[in-house]
Design a protein. Sequence first.
Length: 278
Amino acid sequence: MSATITAADINKLRKQTGAGMLDCKAALQETNGDFEAAIDFLRKKGQKVAAKRSDRDANEGIVLAKTNADNTSGIVMNLTSETDFVAKNEDFVAFGNKLADIAISSGANTLEEFHSADFDGMPVSEKIIEQVGRIGEKIEVTTFERLNAGGVTAYNHGGNKVAVLVSMNKLNEGVGRDVAMQIAAMNPLALNEDSLSPEQIEREKNVIIDTMKADPKMEGKPDDLLEKIASGKMGAYFKENTLMAQAFVKDGSKSVETYIKETDGDLQIAGFKRLSVG
Protein backbone atom coordinates (compact mmCIF):
# COMPACT_ATOMS: atom_id res chain seq x y z
CA MET A 1 0.00 0.00 0.00
CA SER A 2 1.42 3.36 -1.04
CA ALA A 3 1.86 6.06 1.56
CA THR A 4 -0.17 9.25 1.20
CA ILE A 5 2.17 12.12 0.38
CA THR A 6 0.85 15.41 1.72
CA ALA A 7 1.82 18.99 0.95
CA ALA A 8 3.16 19.20 4.51
CA ASP A 9 5.43 16.19 3.85
CA ILE A 10 6.77 17.79 0.67
CA ASN A 11 7.37 21.09 2.42
CA LYS A 12 9.15 19.34 5.31
CA LEU A 13 11.52 17.57 2.90
CA ARG A 14 12.11 20.81 1.02
CA LYS A 15 13.10 22.56 4.25
CA GLN A 16 15.38 19.67 5.18
CA THR A 17 17.15 19.48 1.83
CA GLY A 18 16.72 22.72 -0.09
CA ALA A 19 15.56 20.73 -3.14
CA GLY A 20 12.65 21.90 -5.32
CA MET A 21 9.05 21.08 -4.49
CA LEU A 22 8.52 18.83 -7.52
CA ASP A 23 11.77 16.97 -6.86
CA CYS A 24 10.77 16.46 -3.23
CA LYS A 25 7.35 15.16 -4.25
CA ALA A 26 8.93 12.71 -6.70
CA ALA A 27 11.45 11.55 -4.08
CA LEU A 28 8.75 10.88 -1.49
CA GLN A 29 6.59 9.05 -4.01
CA GLU A 30 9.54 6.94 -5.10
CA THR A 31 10.42 5.99 -1.50
CA ASN A 32 6.84 5.56 -0.25
CA GLY A 33 7.13 8.48 2.17
CA ASP A 34 10.42 7.45 3.83
CA PHE A 35 12.19 10.76 4.52
CA GLU A 36 15.69 9.35 4.98
CA ALA A 37 15.37 7.28 1.82
CA ALA A 38 13.99 10.33 0.00
CA ILE A 39 17.07 12.34 0.97
CA ASP A 40 19.30 9.59 -0.40
CA PHE A 41 17.16 9.44 -3.56
CA LEU A 42 17.68 13.17 -4.16
CA ARG A 43 21.41 12.85 -3.59
CA LYS A 44 21.70 9.95 -6.01
CA LYS A 45 19.86 12.01 -8.61
CA GLY A 46 22.55 14.65 -8.33
CA GLN A 47 20.60 17.12 -6.21
CA LYS A 48 22.62 19.45 -4.00
CA VAL A 49 21.01 18.50 -0.73
CA ALA A 50 21.55 20.37 2.52
CA ALA A 51 20.26 17.41 4.60
CA LYS A 52 19.74 19.47 7.75
CA ARG A 53 19.54 17.51 10.98
CA SER A 54 15.83 18.17 11.40
CA ASP A 55 15.58 16.03 14.53
CA ARG A 56 17.61 18.72 16.26
CA ASP A 57 15.82 21.73 14.78
CA ALA A 58 13.01 23.93 16.04
CA ASN A 59 10.77 25.67 13.52
CA GLU A 60 10.61 28.91 15.53
CA GLY A 61 11.72 29.86 19.01
CA ILE A 62 15.09 29.94 20.72
CA VAL A 63 17.78 27.49 21.75
CA LEU A 64 19.88 27.98 24.87
CA ALA A 65 23.04 26.47 26.33
CA LYS A 66 24.11 27.10 29.92
CA THR A 67 26.59 25.70 32.44
CA ASN A 68 26.76 25.65 36.22
CA ALA A 69 29.13 27.92 38.13
CA ASP A 70 32.14 25.58 38.05
CA ASN A 71 31.62 24.48 34.43
CA THR A 72 31.26 20.80 35.23
CA SER A 73 27.67 20.44 34.03
CA GLY A 74 25.67 22.04 31.27
CA ILE A 75 22.29 21.89 29.59
CA VAL A 76 21.08 22.67 26.11
CA MET A 77 17.38 23.13 25.36
CA ASN A 78 15.00 24.62 22.85
CA LEU A 79 11.90 26.62 23.65
CA THR A 80 9.69 26.62 20.58
CA SER A 81 7.12 29.13 19.46
CA GLU A 82 4.72 29.37 16.54
CA THR A 83 6.16 32.60 15.13
CA ASP A 84 9.47 34.39 14.87
CA PHE A 85 7.71 37.49 16.23
CA VAL A 86 7.27 35.79 19.60
CA ALA A 87 10.78 34.26 19.47
CA LYS A 88 12.26 37.77 19.31
CA ASN A 89 10.11 39.12 22.15
CA GLU A 90 12.18 40.16 25.17
CA ASP A 91 9.77 38.57 27.65
CA PHE A 92 9.88 35.26 25.75
CA VAL A 93 13.69 35.28 25.74
CA ALA A 94 13.76 36.17 29.44
CA PHE A 95 11.38 33.29 30.15
CA GLY A 96 13.67 30.95 28.22
CA ASN A 97 16.69 32.07 30.22
CA LYS A 98 14.78 31.55 33.47
CA LEU A 99 13.96 28.02 32.32
CA ALA A 100 17.64 27.43 31.59
CA ASP A 101 18.58 28.61 35.08
CA ILE A 102 16.04 26.21 36.60
CA ALA A 103 17.33 23.41 34.40
CA ILE A 104 20.82 23.91 35.79
CA SER A 105 19.83 24.30 39.43
CA SER A 106 17.33 21.42 39.41
CA GLY A 107 19.86 18.85 38.24
CA ALA A 108 17.31 17.44 35.79
CA ASN A 109 18.81 15.00 33.31
CA THR A 110 15.81 14.37 31.07
CA LEU A 111 13.00 16.41 29.57
CA GLU A 112 10.52 14.61 31.83
CA GLU A 113 12.52 15.48 34.96
CA PHE A 114 12.82 19.07 33.80
CA HIS A 115 9.07 19.40 33.24
CA SER A 116 8.59 18.30 36.87
CA ALA A 117 11.12 20.80 38.30
CA ASP A 118 9.86 23.64 40.48
CA PHE A 119 9.23 27.06 38.93
CA ASP A 120 7.95 29.52 41.55
CA GLY A 121 5.87 26.91 43.33
CA MET A 122 4.55 25.00 40.33
CA PRO A 123 6.00 22.46 37.90
CA VAL A 124 7.79 23.81 34.85
CA SER A 125 5.17 22.16 32.63
CA GLU A 126 2.38 24.15 34.30
CA LYS A 127 4.38 27.36 34.18
CA ILE A 128 4.78 26.91 30.43
CA ILE A 129 0.99 26.50 30.07
CA GLU A 130 0.54 29.66 32.11
CA GLN A 131 2.89 31.47 29.76
CA VAL A 132 0.93 30.20 26.75
CA GLY A 133 -2.11 32.01 28.15
CA ARG A 134 -0.15 35.24 28.43
CA ILE A 135 1.46 35.08 25.01
CA GLY A 136 -1.52 33.66 23.14
CA GLU A 137 0.68 31.26 21.21
CA LYS A 138 1.72 27.65 21.72
CA ILE A 139 5.18 27.36 23.28
CA GLU A 140 6.95 24.28 24.60
CA VAL A 141 10.33 22.85 25.49
CA THR A 142 10.81 20.05 22.98
CA THR A 143 14.48 19.14 23.46
CA PHE A 144 16.49 19.01 26.66
CA GLU A 145 19.90 17.41 27.18
CA ARG A 146 22.64 17.58 29.82
CA LEU A 147 26.38 16.95 29.69
CA ASN A 148 28.52 16.34 32.79
CA ALA A 149 32.33 16.32 32.57
CA GLY A 150 35.56 17.68 34.00
CA GLY A 151 34.91 20.80 31.93
CA VAL A 152 31.84 21.93 30.01
CA THR A 153 31.61 25.00 27.78
CA ALA A 154 28.36 26.59 26.60
CA TYR A 155 28.08 28.77 23.52
CA ASN A 156 25.06 30.67 22.22
CA HIS A 157 25.18 32.19 18.74
CA GLY A 158 23.10 34.28 16.38
CA GLY A 159 20.38 35.65 18.63
CA ASN A 160 19.75 32.28 20.29
CA LYS A 161 19.42 30.51 16.94
CA VAL A 162 22.29 28.06 17.61
CA ALA A 163 23.35 26.64 20.97
CA VAL A 164 26.29 24.33 21.67
CA LEU A 165 27.65 22.37 24.62
CA VAL A 166 31.16 20.88 24.60
CA SER A 167 32.33 18.42 27.25
CA MET A 168 36.05 17.91 28.01
CA ASN A 169 38.14 15.89 30.45
CA LYS A 170 39.14 19.20 32.07
CA LEU A 171 38.18 22.84 31.71
CA ASN A 172 39.97 24.94 29.10
CA GLU A 173 37.72 27.90 28.40
CA GLY A 174 39.64 29.14 25.35
CA VAL A 175 39.73 25.80 23.56
CA GLY A 176 36.20 24.99 24.67
CA ARG A 177 34.88 28.19 23.13
CA ASP A 178 36.87 27.70 19.91
CA VAL A 179 35.55 24.16 19.55
CA ALA A 180 32.00 25.25 20.35
CA MET A 181 32.23 27.95 17.67
CA GLN A 182 33.52 25.31 15.24
CA ILE A 183 30.52 23.11 15.99
CA ALA A 184 28.12 26.03 15.61
CA ALA A 185 29.58 26.95 12.23
CA MET A 186 30.31 23.53 10.71
CA ASN A 187 27.58 21.35 12.27
CA PRO A 188 29.52 18.05 12.47
CA LEU A 189 27.55 14.81 12.64
CA ALA A 190 29.81 13.17 15.22
CA LEU A 191 32.94 13.62 17.31
CA ASN A 192 35.09 11.29 15.18
CA GLU A 193 34.85 8.38 12.77
CA ASP A 194 34.39 5.89 15.61
CA SER A 195 31.37 7.87 16.82
CA LEU A 196 29.49 7.25 13.58
CA SER A 197 27.35 4.14 13.55
CA PRO A 198 28.20 1.36 11.08
CA GLU A 199 24.76 1.96 9.58
CA GLN A 200 25.56 5.62 8.88
CA ILE A 201 28.86 4.72 7.25
CA GLU A 202 27.31 1.97 5.14
CA ARG A 203 24.48 4.23 4.07
CA GLU A 204 26.87 6.93 2.91
CA LYS A 205 29.04 4.43 1.05
CA ASN A 206 25.96 3.05 -0.74
CA VAL A 207 24.99 6.56 -1.84
CA ILE A 208 28.47 7.06 -3.29
CA ILE A 209 28.42 3.70 -5.10
CA ASP A 210 24.90 4.18 -6.51
CA THR A 211 25.82 7.68 -7.68
CA MET A 212 28.87 6.31 -9.51
CA LYS A 213 26.80 3.54 -11.11
CA ALA A 214 24.43 6.19 -12.49
CA ASP A 215 27.37 8.06 -14.07
CA PRO A 216 27.81 7.08 -17.77
CA LYS A 217 31.57 7.52 -17.37
CA MET A 218 31.61 4.70 -14.80
CA GLU A 219 29.55 2.29 -16.90
CA GLY A 220 30.98 -1.21 -16.95
CA LYS A 221 33.38 -0.64 -14.06
CA PRO A 222 33.65 -3.71 -11.80
CA ASP A 223 32.03 -3.62 -8.37
CA ASP A 224 35.33 -4.14 -6.55
CA LEU A 225 36.72 -1.01 -8.22
CA LEU A 226 33.62 1.00 -7.27
CA GLU A 227 33.97 -0.26 -3.70
CA LYS A 228 37.61 0.83 -3.60
CA ILE A 229 36.80 4.30 -4.97
CA ALA A 230 33.91 4.65 -2.51
CA SER A 231 36.18 3.76 0.41
CA GLY A 232 38.56 6.51 -0.71
CA LYS A 233 35.72 9.03 -0.96
CA MET A 234 34.64 8.19 2.57
CA GLY A 235 37.80 9.92 3.79
CA ALA A 236 36.42 13.21 2.50
CA TYR A 237 33.08 12.43 4.16
CA PHE A 238 34.75 11.90 7.55
CA LYS A 239 36.76 15.10 7.14
CA GLU A 240 33.62 17.09 6.44
CA ASN A 241 31.28 15.50 8.98
CA THR A 242 33.34 14.56 12.05
CA LEU A 243 34.50 17.29 14.41
CA MET A 244 38.06 16.16 15.06
CA ALA A 245 38.84 15.69 11.36
CA GLN A 246 37.30 18.97 10.20
CA ALA A 247 39.54 21.82 9.13
CA PHE A 248 39.80 24.27 12.03
CA VAL A 249 37.78 27.36 11.12
CA LYS A 250 40.37 29.74 12.59
CA ASP A 251 43.26 28.08 10.75
CA GLY A 252 42.35 25.88 7.82
CA SER A 253 45.88 24.49 7.60
CA LYS A 254 45.22 22.18 10.58
CA SER A 255 42.43 19.94 11.78
CA VAL A 256 40.49 20.54 14.98
CA GLU A 257 42.30 17.56 16.51
CA THR A 258 45.71 19.05 15.65
CA TYR A 259 44.70 22.45 17.05
CA ILE A 260 43.69 20.88 20.36
CA LYS A 261 46.87 18.80 20.65
CA GLU A 262 49.09 21.82 19.88
CA THR A 263 47.23 24.03 22.37
CA ASP A 264 46.81 21.61 25.28
CA GLY A 265 48.20 18.10 24.85
CA ASP A 266 46.33 16.74 27.87
CA LEU A 267 42.94 18.03 26.75
CA GLN A 268 40.38 15.61 25.30
CA ILE A 269 36.97 16.41 23.86
CA ALA A 270 34.47 13.90 25.22
CA GLY A 271 31.36 14.96 23.33
CA PHE A 272 29.09 17.77 22.22
CA LYS A 273 25.47 18.77 21.72
CA ARG A 274 24.23 21.24 19.12
CA LEU A 275 20.73 22.64 18.67
CA SER A 276 19.53 25.06 16.00
CA VAL A 277 16.37 26.89 15.01
CA GLY A 278 15.02 26.63 11.47
